[in-house]
Every structure is written in structure tokens, then in C-alpha cells.
Design a protein around this ligand. Structure first.
Ligand code: ZN
Ligand code: ZN
Ligand code: ZN
Length: 203
């Protein structure tokens, strides 16, 4: 049985693994944590042989699982909503994928089943770029909102990139916050952006 050189635990048959382009194998979640520490970039150097990883394939054929595996909730079996109820107690609902750590009732602009395919493509694309982690967090949220708002007009992630490049060329800047105002989209919560960047996670 193989051992994961990142966490030093065994790699069991039921674990989801990541095989780097050098053929070394790790738990996908361990690989993800390493990627996050390197600014969320899949092109990391293998911790064993130092070859640069070129394998950016998604870990499973299930779009929802692929999103889950790249996000913070993969660490446990789902995390609880970070909001409080009107009575002042902690909300007991589950936090949804890419929903600022909130449940369906505390943030209603949520990804639906039909959005997962495009969202997972967008997410795995963003992790191939060399943008800063801060920009990545904004771009992931921007893509999510474009997917939800303009789903019927989109044929692939190139159509999301179109909105991004229009913004770049129009404003002549790569300052990411402004893209939400530019497209009249709600800005992501500042505390959520801060949490994701400080903890190097996608929530
Ligand atoms: Zn591991
Ligand atoms: Zn290697
Ligand atoms: Zn809630």
C-alpha cells in the first residue's frame, strides 16, 4: 500500500487520490492543501521529486464532488452555517458549496445542480492561473454569479472569461473588486474574502 508523502498516512482504496504528472500519488485533499499554500496554483513542484506538476485534471467525474473536494467542506462531512438565528443561537443548517459558509436560508443566491458542471470547470481553470489568492477568491465568486445570472447565455467558461476580459480592457486595470460594481453584481462579503485569503481556503 502506498503512503501519502504529505500527511504520511496510508493511501487506501476508498481514498480519492491525486496522481501528479511525475506519477507520484497523494491524497487529493493533501494535494489541495499544498496547492492552496502555493497561492492556489496546480502547477506545484512534487514534494518528492521536485518536478513541476502538469496534471490539472479533476479528481472525479462528478461535478459536485469536484467542487466539494476543492473547497473547505471536504475536510469534514460538511460544515455548519456560520450565521446566528434570531434567538442568537448558531444556525444548525449545513453550509452549502461556495456559499460564504452559509446555508440556503442565510444566503439565497445559491448554485443549483445544473450550475455545477460549469462551476467546476471555472474553479479548476482558476487554479491553473497565476493570479494571487485574493484575486482567485474574487474570480471564483464572480464566475459563480455570472453562472447563476446568465446561465442560459453561457456555452462554456470562455463566455465567463469574455466578461472578465471586457472588464479588464474597459477599465484598463486588474483590480478585481471593481468587477462586481462594473456588472452590477453583489460584492462578496468582505469578512468571507478575508477568511478565505487568511486561511488559504475556498469556502
Ligand atoms: Zn495525505
Ligand atoms: Zn514526483
Ligand atoms: Zn444558516
Amino acid at each position: 500500500m502506498d503512503t501519502c508523502a504529505i500527511c504520511l498516512d496510508e493511501i487506501k482504496d476508498n481514498h480519492i487520490i491525486k496522481t501528479l504528472s511525475c506519477n507520484h500519488k497523494f491524497h487529493f485533499v493533501c494535494f489541495k492543501n499544498m496547492v492552496n499554500q502555493k497561492n492556489g496554483n496546480f502547477f506545484i513542484n512534487c514534494p518528492l521529486c521536485r518536478h513541476m506538476n502538469m496534471n490539472c485534471k479533476k479528481p472525479t467525474l462528478n461535478d459536485k464532488d469536484n467542487i466539494r473536494l476543492l473547497s473547505h467542506s471536504a475536510l469534514s462531512q460538511g460544515i455548519k452555517c456560520n450565521c446566528s438565528t434570531v434567538k442568537g443561537t448558531r444556525c444548525k443548517n449545513k453550509a452549502l458549496l461556495l456559499n460564504y459558509g452559509k446555508c440556503y436560508s442565510h444566503n439565497t443566491n445559491i448554485l443549483k445542480e445544473k450550475h455545477y458542471h460549469l462551476m467546476s470547470k471555472w474553479l479548476y481553470h482558476i487554479f491553473q492561473t497565476d493570479y494571487s489568492y485574493l484575486s482567485k477568491i474574487h474570480l471564483i465568486d464572480f464566475g459563480k454569479k455570472i453562472i447563476i445570472e446568465k446561465f442560459n447565455e453561457l456555452t462554456g467558461i470562455e463566455d465567463i472569461l469574455y466578461y472578465l476580459y471586457c472588464y479588464y480592457n474597459y477599465t484598463n486595470q486588474s483590480y478585481m473588486d471593481g468587477i462586481f460594481i462594473h456588472y452590477n453584481l453583489q460584492e462578496p462579503p468582505k469578512n468571507w474574502v478575508k477568511y478565505c485569503v487568511n486561511n488559504k481556503v475556498v469556502l
